[in-house]
Design a protein around this ligand. Structure first.
Ligand code: RP5
Length: 164
């Protein structure tokens, strides 16, 4: 996509099925993004280059997804002033709890905004990025408010059906 404002990094192509949920949300809101497989461990130089160059290319939010010993969000946060959203991937012996603990336990001074494990987290990463971008984009804010209104209406419809 041209002029991406969100950069999505994932540690492996095995994370792609989950992270497609983030891409779906950003597409729904019309937010241009760029997605790369880039590992903190297997391709540290590539991860560093993508991260360091991001702000200069107009990226405003970075989303980092990884599983197991999930260092990706932390190493990205170390190399950029941009906000970093972390998504723990399921899989491995501990099915994402390992990644969740790694991401949520960043030491003081180095924040990453950690989402839930798996698809719910991937979806919320997209939505949180939209909220961050909304702070300087009234049109996007309007879309997000409409999204929340729709969600409340859907709950109402389900409750009405239950009461009928
Ligand atoms: C992490 O290890 C990746 O983010 C992935 O979730 C996990 C397993 O990677 P693969 O062995 O499937 O490439 O680095």
């Amino acid at each position: 996509m041209s002029n991406p404002t969100v950069l999505i990094l994932m540690g492996s192509d095995s994370d792609l099925t989950t992270m497609e949920e983030t891409a779906r949300v950003l597409t729904e809101f019309g937010v241009p993004y760029e997605m790369h497989v880039s590992s903190a461990h297997r391709s540290p130089a590539k991860t560093s280059k993508l991260t360091r160059e991001a702000e200069g290319r107009g990226i405003q939010v970075i989303i980092a997804a990884a599983g197991m010993a999930a260092h990706l969000a932390g190493v990205v946060a170390a190399e950029t002033p941009l906000p970093v959203i972390a998504v723990p991937m399921p899989g491995g012996a501990l099915n994402g709890v390992d990644a969740l603990y790694a991401m949520v336990q960043m030491p003081g001074g180095m924040p990453v905004a950690t989402m839930a494990i798996g698809k719910a987290g991937a979806k919320n990463a997209g939505l949180l990025a939209v909220q961050m971008l909304s702070l300087s984009c009234p049109e996007l804010r309007g879309k997000f408010v409409a999204y929340k209104t729709r969600m409340a209406e859907e709950v109402e419809e389900k409750d009405r059906a239950l009461q009928a």
